[in-house]
Design a protein around this ligand. Sequence first.
Ligand code: FAD
Length: 330
Amino acid sequence: MLRLPAFTYLEPKTLQQALKMKRAAGPDGMYVAGGTDLYPNMKRRHQEPKTVISLARIRALQRVRGGTGGAGMTLGAGITLTTVHTHRRIARRYRALAHAAELVSTPLLRNMGTLGGNLCLDTRCNYYNQTYEWRKAIDFCMKKDGAICWVAPSSPRCWAVNSSDTAPVAVALDARLALVGPAGERVVPAARFYHNDGINYLTKHADEILTEVQLPPADGWDATYWKLRRRGSFDFPVLGVAVWIRWDGATVGAARIVLGAVASLPQPVPEAAQAIIGSRLEDDAVAAAADAAFRPSKPMDNTDFGLAWRKEMTRQYVRRALEELRARRR
Ligand SMILES: Cc1cc2nc3c(=O)[nH]c(=O)nc-3n(C[C@H](O)[C@H](O)[C@H](O)COP(=O)(O)OP(=O)(O)OC[C@H]3O[C@@H](n4cnc5c(N)ncnc54)[C@H](O)[C@@H]3O)c2cc1C
């Protein structure tokens, strides 16, 4: 059985207390929300904080606001994934996000896991998500304790994968993420929250707390999320496809297509979105978008399934996602 190492556990009640505690703990401190990612990682010695600062008792992170009339919604980063997919206003107006949350792992983990934790999820790799002894046997890898990337041994960077289900949807919806840190508050578009680097995968400073997810008004657009995984009841995505479309009468006026689990960040594919703008999502436009998404989709050999098949599934899942949106429009 894997055991947690010893650590100091703190429970601030306010954001200011949490920031103060983090400052005092320095680089040895980490925030935890639901703990469904951090604690397994600590057991495998991926992360080794001496001080763990829980965000669970901070009421400011639990709020859900807006969603009436023409307003957008603001979701506290500390709400659970179960809340995201069962909350009536969220589910009615942001069904792609609610659906993505519902597809994360199992009910028990969704009851504990939070939206903020899902957006900040550590990147994953077959050579990293292993026990300490397993990793030691291969002399570790550059993401933790080692020097080499076993997926691409000549690579100067780490190729661990962003496997969050809600992150591609947040980018596709153009959600804004509110952060609070020692230097004050700031709001960033979800697309700018991520780096294409398996180690430094967030643009957020380690001391900053993600406080809110601000969703744009649900006015005349539609979106969906498709997830590929081995076991439908449980697994991380090996491919995620988030599509957002604004209809302009019978044709597509604007679109965003974002791939999950094929890079170290949720990967927008603007060339695929461009292929459907001005179309009625006829079969040829859908096929052109699917082809355009297929080309830049470059899964690495570091998660479940063969990478050639996962790449081909990009084409299939983009097509199916667009067909779903077309069917809903008719
Ligand atoms: C068996 C299993 C299956 C899983 N399957 C999936 C899956 O299919 N899809 C998926 O997306 N995930 C999956 N997960 C991962 C995880 O359960 C979810 O991503 C969950 O949403 C993480 O949220 P959390 O609150 O538990 O995060 P935590 O573990 O508490 O934190 C995760 C990271 O985010 C940071 N963090 C958390 N909240 C904040 C905040 N507000 N501000 C700043 N930093 C913060 C923490 O410091 C930590 O680095 C799975 C996990 C397990 C164990």
